[in-house]
Ligand binder design. Structure first.
Ligand code: ATP
Ligand code: MG
Length: 425
């Protein structure tokens, strides 16, 4: 029996039937890294999620081969190897078009946040000890045998997110682990938070200030859309960490309502919309958060909805909703409806709000039937005048419930063009 396989009732089951282990791409990478004297296992999220029966999206591998040997073995096998983080022992291997992060077993000699002085090792338990939580230190061989050097499986089964080693010491090595503690609880936690981890996180919360915006944003984004996001956000609030993370005051009530609506309606979740509900009162909050967390312009547009005057949407008036859908596009329109719904405090099952939300399913957004060249063909008009005429036409068309057809609009355009021509003389 392999040295770390757990015996008894806490032994994890085999993953031999897991799809991702049986995929030909995975097989090719394991085969390439199965040279004599080399051992390679999947680790972290893939093993954890597979044991819970959850989808596996990315596969991280741990190997006893040093990184230069990984590069050689992988290339000899005809696969692509990219030295993405070679000083830390990480090589990205691409088989088919599937990327695998392959990291040589390591132990942290000294850790300062993201940077750590490391040493490569061939000892699986040492590699496990540098990881954050016991449920993230599970490994699977290519035949599906699961290895659990630190007793992570019973914790995973019980929904206990527990630091490996002394919680306080582990947080001091990398303050991001405070947020990871709440994030992993939001996904896998059951029952109360682990007291040792929680107390250490609260005591050391000041360390969050030292983290880079990108690292905070990456954790926050995942936390916000977790199945247990509401509980995690409430815990961050109750223990005095949330304001520091957001850089401002939270709107817990609206966040809770949005979560309830999205859950009741079975919607795909968007972290930026949830952040808008949670942290945006006025437009300045949106720009401050976007700058602080280095968010995209698309995310900023959603954040700004948090400060919008939702009363103007006049829900659930169908005509006003159609105008809004036409102007905003489906994505922003639906975000708008959700935010307004949460602001209104209506029931998450309210059929009238649902009706408004799903407008795009039953109403095809019309295309404005007139274009610039149509107006140009009406005579010798200057660019700005053409733009003015188009805008006026479109405005009237929207207000009239999109009823006018191309002929009617062109007739109207001809009159406007005539007027514009006369006033230019
Ligand atoms: P996800 O499904 O969210 O990607 P994951 O477990 O794969 O979950 P990653 O952030 O991708 O999480 O990290 C991969 C593994 O690396 C983790 O399972 C953990 O073992 C280790 N790890 C990542 N970040 C840290 C950290 N800050 N401190 C200690 N170990 C870490
Ligand atoms: Mg991962």
């Amino acid at each position: 029996m392999p040295e770390h396989a757990v015996k008894g009732s806490s032994a994890p089951p085999s993953l031999k039937d897991a799809d991702w282990l049986k995929r030909p791409e995975t097989g090719r990478v394991f085969a390439a890294l199965g040279a004599p004297g080399v051992e390679t296992r999947a680790v972290g999220g893939a093993v954890r999620n597979a044991l819970l029966g959850l989808p596996v999206t990315e596969i991280d591998l741990a190997t006893t081969a040093p990184p230069d040997k990984v590069m050689t073995l992988v290339r000899e096998a005809g696969l692509k190897a990219v030295p993405t983080g070679i000083v830390h022992g990480t090589v990205t291997v691409i088989a088919g078009s599937v990327p695998f992060e392959v990291t040589t077993l390591r132990r942290d000699v000294e850790t300062f946040g993201r940077r750590a002085t490391i040493a490569f090792t061939e000892n699986w338990e040492e590699d496990a000890r540098r990881r954050d939580f016991t449920l993230n230190a599970l490994y699977a061989a290519s035949d599906g045998t699961v290895f659990d050097p630190l007793g992570g499986y019973p914790d995973l089964a019980a929904g206990r997110v527990r630091f490996i080693g002394d919680a306080e010491a582990r947080i001091k090595e990398d303050y991001l682990r405070i947020l990871r503690f709440f994030r992993f609880n939001a996904y896998y936690g059951k029952g109360p938070l682990d007291q040792e981890g929680l107390q250490a996180a609260v005591r050391l919360r000041g360390g969050l200030d030292q983290l880079s915006a990108e690292r905070i944003a990456a954790e926050l984004r995942r936390l916000l859309v977790a199945p247990g996001a509401l509980g995690a956000i409430e815990a961050l609030y109750d223990y005095g960490l949330l304001t520091g993370v957001l850089g401002g005051a939270p709107r817990l009530m609206r966040f809770a309502r949005l979560v309830a609506i999205e859950t009741a309606q079975g919607l795909t979740l968007d972290a930026a919309l949830r952040l808008a509900a949670l942290a945006v009162f006025v437009p300045e909050d949106a720009s401050r958060l976007a700058a602080r967390l280095h968010l995209s312009n698309a995310a900023l547009a959603l954040l700004e909805l948090g400060a919008a005057d939702h009363a103007r949407l006049e829900l659930p008036d169908e005509d006003a909703a159609k105008r809004a859908l036409y102007r905003l596009g489906q994505c922003i329109f639906e975000a708008h409806v959700l935010m307004a719904w949460a602001d209104a405090g209506a029931s998450p099952e309210d059929p009238r709000w649902r009706q408004a939300l799903t407008l795009a399913d039953r109403w095809q957004v019309p295309e404005f039937p007139v274009r610039g060249p149509d107006i140009m063909a009406l005579g010798d008009l200057k660019g700005p005048v053409i733009g003015d005429i188009l805008r006026e036409l479109e405005q009237g068309w929207i207000e009239g419930g999109f009823a006018e057809d191309r002929e009617q609009l062109l007739a109207k355009a001809a009159k406007l063009a005539g007027k514009a021509g006369r006033s230019a003389d």
